[in-house]
Structures are given as C-alpha cells and as structure tokens.
Design a protein around this ligand. Sequence first.
Ligand code: GAR
Length: 217
Amino acid sequence: MTKPFRIAVFASGSGSNFQAIADAVNAGRLAGDSVTSSSMQPRLDVRIELLVCDRPKAQVVERARQLGVPAFVFRPKDYADREAYEKEILERLQALEIDLVVMAGYMRLITNVLVEPLYGRLINIHPSLLPSFPGLDAIKQAMDYGVKTTGVTVHYVDGGMDTGPIIAQRSVEITPQDTEESLAARIHEIEHVLLPQVIERIARGQVQLQGNITITS
Ligand code: GAR
C-alpha cells in the first residue's frame, strides 16, 4: 500500500490553482495506478485533505464543496488577532497529519505560528519571477515596470513576503499587445501545470532543501 501524501491548500479567491491540483489528483497524475511520469515511477497517493480559506464568499469554497474537499472557512475579524486563527489552523493541520501545505492564492501574510512548525513543508505560488515583484498585484507590477519577461515562482515559505527558497520557476513573455487580463490568463495556464508538478516532485521526495537553495533530482 502506498502511504498517502496529505496536502492542505490555502486560498482566498477564485481557486483555479486549487482546481488544477484537484484535477491532477482526479486525473491520476498525482494519485492512482496510472501515475507514470516515467514508466518506472512508483505510484503516488496525494490527497487534498483540507481547504483553508479566509473569505467565506470566495469561489474556491464552492469548488471545494463540489469536489467534496473539507474546508475550514473563517473570518479573520472573528478572532482577536492573526496568531489566534493561525493557532486554530495549525491544530487542524496537525490533526489531519498534513505533509504539505500549498498556498495557492492565499492573500494573507502568515506569522511564525505557522511558518516555524511547517518550515520545509509549506510552499507558495507567486505570479512573477521572484525576487522581482513580490507582494500584491505582481502581474500589474511587472507590466507597469515594463519588463519583457515575467513568470511564475513556486517557493518554500519563510517569514518574509514572497521570500524563501525557490523550488521552480517558469518564464512568460510580455508582448506589446498584452493587457493585464491577457497576461494573467497565460500566467494562470503555466501555474496550473507547474504547481501540480512541484507537488508531485515533493511527494516523491525529489526536492531537497539545503540552506536557502533547493535541489530537485
Ligand atoms: C495566482 O495567480 C497566484 O499566483 C496568486 O494569486 C492567484 C490566485 O489565483 N498569488 C499571489 O499573488 C500571492 N502573492 P487562483 O485563486 O485562481 O488560484
């Protein structure tokens, strides 16, 4: 029997990346007998055990409901402070024995309540080639700056804003015809492929963290 690799996804908005991970699981790319990125790879059993969402009306909550993924949906203003709701999140992650937390459009900074116990098991996807354009509106930041190439980064999360060891990056050209919407659409397409790939590599134990550098085998 393959040991399940349990993931939790944090998201705040539309949840297209959450959907892409669920689609990869359901299509057998992250779980099931047909997982064969190369023919001799052992099978994987990635399971999305929990969605964590800080906005009750976000579309991702409905996606989770339709997919049958349990969700912890909260309103930050119902808690005394950030540490208070993060403690509750951490307890839920520990109770579910989560192996990897994937921040996929979770639009909140997180504190050491989560970062310290989860370091090395907590990743984030960001729509730029970090360290360029961290923070909010990364796609708009890149267009406003006038760079000709931007992209997508998946990285381990540390205490900073979109800092932490980089696991994988893909570049995306910006053309003179691009609008923020057209560029965002191409970036999302890349994200939906890259994020499940990174989860697969981590689940297979193929990503090693050495200081601030990651090595993928
Ligand atoms: C994604 O483009 C992700 O890279 C970005 O939010 C979007 C969420 O889309 N994350 C950040 O900007 C984090 N700083 P989705 O809800 O459709 O997955």
